[in-house]
Design a protein around this ligand. Structure first.
Ligand SMILES: *Cc1c(COP(=O)(O)O)cnc(C)c1O
Length: 381
């Protein structure tokens, strides 16, 4: 059997081996509840606060600005629902984009059901929001702008600096879903006008079911889960100590390896895309040519159904996605590809390949050969 090739790093990533090692003690003898006063409890608490400091350092934040959550979805829900809720006296208008992750879009939809108004900004053919449109969308009753840092389907990196500056000129809070960016590209909240940021451990080689929300000092972040006093009374529940420790280790390692891995992954991706464009007919590269996440290669093929191509690729051990993972099994064009107006002869044959640092040129060569064979086969029938 051929070795498996994993090209779906936007869906999740494999834990670094070092992460498992640091988590292990907290899954066995260091089982203490961090809220207790005896040795193993204090040890858990220390490990957790140490992890909080490491995570803060990695994004240039202060430890008091980091709140642990169960992942990116929870961080998005918390920021959007609670910040909109706490500012409803000022107004009930929120601005977001049409290409957000469903954790953001569905949180906004929920707020609409409660009487909030949401503006969903269009994006251009590359997936970028228009700053002039954003300016025009701001109203006296706007309280929150939530726009993602890097898109999970097409990799486009939004102009967060400009977005944040505009938000602050109008006394509006800026939240960004940075789940695809943290650990993949350099991230410093100190030098960026970001008030609130969501991240998730399993997207940067940490464990699943753990993430964090950054809320800048001075942003009054309301409580999300009511109960005990954990996370400064804002997010109750006995902490996932092993997950927290693992996530911190993963982010430290990802940040340390970033400089090298980013360039490597980007050049591997560019090689992959250049060869596909050169060697296949009827192929289209979706997203921005340069303002994009290093590993993202979203490509469309004419005369091919993405789901059929994925089946053939999987037979050869190659794992990738059509659109976002949440849309598996549907041939419906994703909301992101619809928003960037992928021509209708291309849209149904769109595949998201997302590369990581452990991928090799040999794997990419094998994938290119497989894609070429498979699309030729599918176009015959
Ligand atoms: C994966 C992802 C999420 C959800 O994160 P989970 O930790 O899986 O809940 C949110 N936003 C984006 C952009 C993502 O890629």
């Amino acid at each position: 059997m051929k070795k498996e090739i994993y090209l779906d790093h936007a869906a999740t990533t494999q834990m670094w081996p070092e992460v498992k090692v640091v988590m292990e003690p907290y899954l066995s003898d260091k089982y203490g509840n961090a809220s207790t006063s005896y040795d193993i409890g204090k040890e858990a608490k220390r490990a957790m606060e140490n992890a909080r400091r490491k995570i803060a350092d990695a994004i240039d934040a202060n430890p008091e600005e980091i709140y642990f959550t169960s992942g990116g979805s929870e961080s998005d829900n918390w920021a959007i629902k609670c910040l909109a809720g706490s500012r409803k006296k000022k107004g009930k208008h929120i601005i977001t984009s049409k290409i957000e992750h469903h954790a953001v879009l569905n949180s906004c939809e929920y707020l609409e059901s409660l009487g909030y108004e949401v503006t969903y900004l269009d994006v251009d053919e590359y997936g970028l929001i228009d700053i002039q449109n954003l300016k025009k969308a701001i109203r006296p009753d706007t309280t929150l702008i939530t726009i993602m840092y890097g898109n999970n389907e097409i990799g486009t990196i939004e102009p967060t600096q400009e977005i944040g500056n505009i938000a602050h000129q109008h006394n509006v809070i800026f939240h960004t879903d940075a789940v695809q960016a943290v650990g993949q590209i350099p991230m410093s909240v100190k030098y960026q006008p970001i008030d609130c940021l969501s991240a998730s451990g399993h997207k940067f080689h940490g464990p699943k079911g753990i993430g964090f929300l950054y809320a800048k000092d001075g942003v009054a972040l309301p409580s999300f889960i009511h109960g005990g006093g954990q996370e400064r009374g804002k997010r109750a529940g006995t902490e996932n100590v092993a997950g927290i420790v693992g996530m911190a280790e993963a982010l430290v390692l990802s940040t340390r390896r970033l400089r090298q891995s980013m360039r490597y992954v980007e050049s591997l991706r560019d090689y992959f895309v250049a060869r596909l464009m050169r060697e296949c007919d009827g192929v289209r590269y979706n997203g921005h040519p340069s303002r994009r996440l290093p590993g993202n290669a979203n490509v469309s093929f004419t005369g091919v159904e993405a789901s059929a191509l994925l089946v053939l690729l999987e037979e050869e051990g190659i794992r990738a996605s059509a659109g976002s993972a949440c849309n598996t099994g549907e041939t419906r064009v994703s909301h992101v590809l619809a928003a960037i107006d992928v021509p209708k002869e291309y849209a149904p044959g769109s595949i998201r390949f997302t590369l990581g640092a452990e991928n090799t040129k040999e794997e990419i060569d094998r994938t290119i050969q497989a894609v070429k064979n498979d699309i030729a086969l599918l176009r015959q029938v």
